[in-house]
Design a protein around this ligand. Structure first.
Ligand code: DGT
Ligand code: CA
Ligand code: CA
Ligand code: ZN
Length: 579
């Protein structure tokens, strides 16, 4: 059992303990979480350490140490298995409904037998929920609305990309280490970078599929094998996520990757192109019909090339024009991670939710090779996490002193402002004009009607100090829907005021959404891909923002932080003082 396996077990244990203890603040859950971090950071395999050795590691106590030994010795953890039975995936989903939480979910189950979102909807319709102590009519209404807003009523439930990506990366790493596996990758809708996925599709290259399938069935993350054939095995994880694993010989990798990445619509178009040339495109190869001689199969690029096309990046494989573009060599000039020269939304530990010091963030930015950065801690109107003027000014002086230490990095002193209900901002006009860079974001009143919400955001855009609107639609994928904006009006305001729109890289945000990005095509709007990092590790997550920009077909030149530092700074200044 690897450290990653053990950490994943403790991750799950922490989440279920939080439900069992009925509190987000559960002390035990936090202890398990800190054990997770410790185990991930161990330089040696935890499996090689005795219980006594483990207890000498800071952050691991006696009971954690014995649980780690239990995992290593038996491959399982009884405590976790008990919790899994008590709180199955459908019940965990119930707990995630905003406004419900673990305690009340447990009450619902005990009183009414409600153990899933579907069962709750039935109970709400029968008006049984309002009779429970501590619930009432108002709660009933709120629950119904919360379920509606999550899109959980009726429709099939999809897994948010944050969860899907974490799982997929862990499972790909796990499968890559199995004997007989030459390589592994995720494909399907996750590789196309959709916001949510129905299931995970993993591809494994191997010359011994049956032995890999046998080993796969015994991995600790598999809760159930739901189907198994010669080249495909489908399993469920303990969280209830379906994972389809396909096994192919190495030389078919490209054809299989192309096929299982999809989209189905994109693939259908490719198959038609093949037929026009007297060929067949399958999950095994592009081959001549009749002779069955292979034309291409090793890599995706080989297959596209044979079809007379450029390689198409997965995020745009949706048959929305990319086929024609790739055939005529007119692919959009999409951004790559190496194009990003600056990061303009970064928190230090001066923000209540920031984890690392200013210097640590700057060191990491330099190590990443960034040419410019804006430090944008939270402004005072944000409860708990924001700070007042004196602290902001002290930080500005601190940055001024640090500039000599970081000659290769242009450091802007910025702020993340809060857009009030009426579009007003923190501090006052003169104070704002003294910043080098201002992000303005909606952090409250997510439910306003469209007109009020739109006017609110546009008023903030009109302020001369505001350079960019942070996470425009305020969504948290799978948890909070986007705010209701008239997108056309917002984009027009962005053109008129020169205010940029952020592409926030947090995997649970990916905001602005793809719909907004696509709508901006052909308009004179600037975008900024930001990490919105709250610790040094998150400075690397701009890779996700890049994929979001690609999916939204935003061309490189529209993204202001791909520009050289002088052009960027001149643009930011002109916007502020040019009118
Ligand atoms: P999802 O799982 O609903 O989020 O979306 P996908 O795209 O991952 O769909 P999935 O898991 O059903 O299939 C994975 C890929 O396999 C899909 O993107 C393309 C390929 N595929 C599956 N079924 C078909 C099919 O009937 N025809 C073609 N051409 N391709 C298919
Ligand atoms: Ca899928
Ligand atoms: Ca699938
Ligand atoms: Zn932020």
């Amino acid at each position: 059992m690897t450290n990653a396996d053990i950490a994943a077990i403790f991750d799950e244990l922490a989440a279920l303990t939080r439900i069992a203890d009925g509190s987000a603040q559960s002390f035990r859950a936090r202890a398990y979480e800190s054990a997770t971090k410790t185990i991930r950071g161990l330089p040696r395999p935890a499996a090689d350490l005795s219980a006594a050795d483990l207890m000498r590691v800071p952050g691991i106590g006696k009971s954690t140490a014995s649980m780690i030994r239990e995992c290593v010795e038996s491959g399982r953890l009884r405590r976790l298995e008990t919790l899994r039975k008590e709180y199955p995936p459908a019940f965990q989903e119930l707990v995630r409904i905003p406004g419900l939480g673990p305690k009340r979910a447990v009450t619902l189950r005990a009183a009414l037998g409600v153990d899933s979102v579907e069962a709750l909807l039935v109970a709400l319709d029968s008006r049984a929920v309002r009779e429970l102590p501590g619930f009432g009519r108002k709660t009933e209404e709120n629950l119904r609305r919360a379920i509606d807003r999550l899109g959980w009523a009726g429709k099939e439930r999809r897994t948010p990309i944050l969860v899907a990506m974490r799982e997929a990366r862990r499972l790909v790493a796990d499968l890559s280490g199995l004997p007989g596996v030459d390589r592994a990758a995720y494909c399907g809708s996750l590789r196309r970078f959709r916001d949510t996925v129905a299931d995970l599709d993993l591809l494994v290259a191997t010359s011994d599929p049956s032995s890999v399938a046998r080993r796969l069935a015994r991995r600790p993350w598999v809760s159930e094998v739901i189907g198994s054939g010669d080249t495909k095995t489908s399993v469920l994880t303990h969280a209830g996520l379906q994972v389809d694993v396909r096994m192919v010989p190495e030389h078919q990798w490209g054809a299989a990757l192309l096929y299982f990445t999809g989209s189905k619509e994109h693939n259908i178009r490719l198959r038609r192109l093949a037929i026009e040339r007297g060929w067949v495109l399958s999950e095994y190869a592009l081959y001549e019909s009749g002779t069955e001689a292979v034309v291409a199969q090793q890599t995706e690029a080989d297959i596209y090339r044979a079809l007379g096309m450029e390689w198409v990046p997965p995020p745009i494989r949706e048959d929305q024009g990319e086929i024609e573009e790739a055939l005529t060599g007119r692919m959009p000039d999409l951004v790559a991670e190496s194009d990003l020269r600056g990061d303009l939304h970064v928190h230090s530990d001066m923000s209540g939710d920031g984890q690392d010091s200013l210097e640590a963030m700057l060191d990491k930015a330099v190590a990443k090779g960034l040419e410019y950065i804006a430090i944008t801690d939270h402004a005072e109107n944000l409860a708990i996490n924001g700070v007042g003027r004196d602290e902001m000014l002290a930080q500005r002086r601190h940055i001024a002193r640090l500039r000599d230490r970081y000659p290769e990095l242009r450091i802007l002193h910025g702020v993340e402002l809060n857009i009030g209900r009426d579009g007003s901002l923190d501090y006052d006009h003169d104070f704002l004009m003294d910043y080098d860079w201002c992000v303005a974001s909606v952090h409250s009143h997510f439910d306003l009607p469209q007109e009020e919400q739109t006017v609110r955001v546009i008023s903030a855009m009109a302020h001369p100090a505001v350079d960019v609107i942070g996470h425009l639609q305020g969504r948290r994928i799978g948890r909070r829907p986007p705010i209701d904006l008239e997108v056309g009006a917002v984009l027009e305001a962005a053109e008129l005021t020169g205010t940029a729109i952020e592409i926030n890289s947090h995997l649970d945000r990916l905001d602005a959404t793809v719909e907004v990005l696509l709508q901006a095509r052909g308009r004179d709007v600037r975008f900024i891909i930001s990490s919105d990092a709250h610790d040094t590790g998150e400075l690397d997550q701009t890779a996700w923002g890049v994929l979001q920009a690609r999916r939204g077909r935003v061309s490189r030149d529209m993204i202001a932080n791909t520009w050289p530092v002088d052009r960027f700074v001149a643009w930011a200044r002109a916007r502020r003082y040019g009118r």
